[in-house]
Design a protein around this ligand. Structure first.
Ligand code: HEC
Ligand code: HEC
Ligand code: HEC
Ligand code: HEC
Ligand code: HEC
Ligand code: HEC
Length: 506
């Protein structure tokens, strides 16, 4: 049987406005994308925004162009079939004996090969790029600025965001891309909360992230640590506390299961119910010990009713319940200023510098620029009004102090995102936030009268305290806590964070 030749060769199905538009879109985006891709591959500097364009936006647009071409062809066929004067067979006619058809088939195959190769390269690059610290920290610049800035000054500055936030394994990777897609949308349309709420609800369990690098069974013994403080008095008087932190361990094979990392769940299991979203109020705690004995503790101050308890989500404690700021520490003004005193970059000879610094940092500022201006004006105004002679003598020291305070502000306080020490308290310790005292407040009791300890020597022992001239020469020995200023009361009756809200001394 021979195929009857077509009466007259009809014009190509590609000749329709939609396909023309598609061709224009596809070729313009490829013509832009390809050279930029080579520039990006061979340049040493990373360009996060350019990479978004090259590997995420342009391939998407080019694919859209190809889609339009196909849509145009389908539409055109449909249109022609409805016209009675044209007989259009249901599928295209292909005769590989005709040279023109051979060219068309080979051309189409070659074009699809090129497209597949290009898409794999851009896809691979896009994959790596969305995993990179640059993508997480810089692309969503305004949103991630607080976390990215704090991260760069943290012990984990060389650990990629995704190593804690995604971790290894395909299912978490897919989950992160799905939530990630929503986040990109949220950033584009400014639909994100300010500040980004913590705790992160769907953070991957610490066993699969932190414990890939930190080996829980390794913790044992104690660590000596020195805390340096400066009082908010005229002389910015230094005060040091040397302590032995009972870091402890949780694996009986490697030492007594005691101390701080005892919670680490190798043998013990601690779970709790929080009364608020931010897990600051913890009324109920359960311990299951290695023998399977269960002890439930309830806060006597803020107890839950049995009904509240049955419906509440129970969380099993892991690293992040204490180390909630391993990489994004937003220091409160008093601690941040003390750190810079410690490095010697602030002149202790400037009277009341700590107090004034805290005052300027803690004021409400609408933006970073406004804060910088307020610090500049405020500090020089104070010294000119109160110590005019000194203001002249120490003009340079005041200028340096201004710059240091501006830097502290930029690193720790982010008015745009409302991210700071108040929105993101640190749960290790108990001085500026409840931290350990969320449970260890001495008010959590079990039915048989056991209490989660608030004993000042349970987690650490103080070895020396006082002005550095004293602590340097004194014998290191276990001693009770002495509050640096005498307030005429026993401060240990209260929670330290009742007074130490990050601006102590004001
Ligand atoms: C060492 C592990 C680690 C690394 C590295 C890390 N994060 Fe985090 N991140 C955390 C933990 C833990 C939390 C808080 C979890 C909680 O409280 O539930 C957090 C919280 C956040 C939050 C929520 C807001 C907040 O401040 O609590 C954002 C946003 C964030 N990280 C972004 C980033 C970005 C961007 C990077 C890389 C530049 C990064 N993280 C690197 C561990 C890490
Ligand atoms: C990719 C490996 C890696 C991951 C993942 C990781 N860490 Fe670390 N972490 C390190 C390294 C390396 C150091 C030591 C940094 C240094 O001393 O400069 C460190 C230090 C620390 C310290 C001591 C900090 C200090 O002030 O000295 C703590 C606490 C810590 N990590 C907790 C965590 C927690 C909690 C997580 C999970 C949210 C985590 N880490 C995830 C590698 C990692
Ligand atoms: C009950 C709260 C708590 C839990 C849970 C906890 N830590 Fe810690 N961790 C601490 C405290 C407190 C310190 C001492 C801090 C200091 O020295 O100021 C510490 C110190 C550390 C250090 C530095 C000291 C060292 O010995 O190197 C690392 C690293 C660390 N923790 C990692 C982890 C990891 C990983 C987990 C989860 C497997 C974890 N921690 C669980 C409270 C906790
Ligand atoms: C979610 C509640 C909770 C939080 C938060 C918490 N703990 Fe605990 N902790 C407990 C419970 C419950 C016990 C065990 C009480 C018992 O013996 O039954 C315990 C026991 C301990 C012990 C052993 C005490 C002893 O006498 O043997 C140490 C040390 C300790 N915690 C340190 C810390 C430190 C440091 C922090 C803060 C970084 C902290 N804990 C935060 C619930 C908590
Ligand atoms: C549940 C454990 C726990 C208990 C109980 C506890 N502390 Fe602490 N304390 C800590 C941890 C953890 C830190 C270290 C915080 C850090 O590394 O920043 C700390 C730090 C301190 C510091 C130094 C803080 C600084 O920044 O200078 C003082 C002082 C202190 N504790 C006093 C006390 C006193 C007084 C009590 C008794 C009322 C007490 N602690 C009870 C866990 C505890
Ligand atoms: C009743 C309020 C109150 C309580 C409770 C309290 N403090 Fe203070 N604390 C002060 C005041 C006021 C100062 C003096 C501020 C200054 O001159 O810098 C101070 C100063 C300090 C300083 C010197 C550094 C600084 O921030 O000024 C340390 C360290 C300190 N307190 C530790 C603690 C600890 C640890 C606890 C809990 C056991 C505690 N305080 C409880 C009010 C309090």
């Amino acid at each position: 049987m021979t195929i009857p030749p077509p009466a007259a060769k009809p014009p190509s199905l590609l000749r329709n406005p939609l396909s023309f538009l598609g061709m224009a879109v596809a070729s313009v985006s490829t013509a832009f994308g390809l050279p930029m891709m080579f520039i990006d591959m061979f340049s040493r500097r990373a360009h996060p925004y350019l990479a978004v364009l090259i590997y995420l936006v342009l391939p998407f647009v080019a694919a859209g162009g190809v889609g339009l071409i196909i849509l145009g062809v389908v539409w055109e066929r449909h249109r022609r079939r409805r016209r009675p004067d044209q007989i259009v067979p249901p599928l295209p006619r292909l005769d590989l004996n005709q040279p023109a058809h051979q060219v068309a088939v080979v051309g189409a195959l070659a074009a699809s090969m090129i497209v597949v190769v290009l898409l794999s390269v851009t896809g691979y690059q896009a994959y790596h790029f969305t995993e990179s610290v640059k993508f997480c920290g810089l692309v969503c610049h305004q949103v991630m600025k607080p976390e990215y800035t704090a991260y760069q000054h943290s012990p984990h500055a060389r650990v990629a965001c995704t190593q804690c936030h995604v971790g290894p394994g395909a299912s978490w990777f897919v989950r992160s891309k799905i939530t990630g897609a929503y986040q990109v949308y949220a950033v584009a349309f400014r639909k994100y909360p300010q500040p980004i709420p913590t705790p992160v609800k769907n953070l991957r369990p610490a066993q699969e992230t932190c414990e890939q690098c930190h080996w829980p069974a390794k913790f044992f013994g104690a660590q000596q640590k020195t805390f340096s403080h400066y009082l908010a008095d005229e002389h910015n008087s230094p005060w040091q506390i040397q302590m032995l932190m009972k870091v402890g361990g949780g694996d009986p094979k490697l030492g007594a299961p005691a101390g701080i990392h005892w919670h680490m769940n190798i043998k013990n299991e601690i779970s709790y119910v929080a009364a608020d979203e931010s897990r600051e109020i913890i009324p109920w705690v359960r311990v299951v010990d290695p023998e399977g004995r269960v002890t439930d503790y309830m806060s006597t101050e803020q107890p839950l009713t049995p009904e509240q308890l049955t419906g509440a989500p129970v969380r099993r404690m892991d690293c992040v319940d204490c180390h909630n700021r391993p990489s994004h520490v937003f220091f409160p003004p008093d601690r941040a200023v003390e750190q810079v005193f410690d490095t010697g970059r602030l002149d202790r000879g400037l009277p009341y510098l700590k107090r004034e610094a805290i005052r300027l940092l803690a004021q409400e500022h609408a933006s970073e620029e406004e804060a910088h201006a307020a610090i500049l004006a405020g500090l020089s105004r104070f010294y000119q009004a109160e110590y005019p002679e000194l203001a002249r003598e120490k003009a340079l020291a005041i200028q340096h102090a201004t710059e240091e305070l501006q830097r502290i502000f930029s690193r720790n306080i982010f008015p745009d995102m409302q991210a700071d020490w108040r929105a993101h308290p640190n749960h290790v310790g108990h001085l500026n936030a409840l931290g350990c005292f969320r449970c260890h407040d001495g008010l959590h009791r079990s039915r048989d009268g056991k209490v989660i300890t608030k004993d000042c020597n349970a987690c650490h022992t103080i070895l020396a305290q006082g002005p550095p001239e004293e602590t340097r020469t004194s014998m290191l020995q276990e001693q009770p806590f002495r509050h640096p200023v005498d307030l005429g009361m026993d401060v240990t009756e209260l929670n330290c964070s009742d007074c130490h809200t990050g601006t102590s001394g004001l």
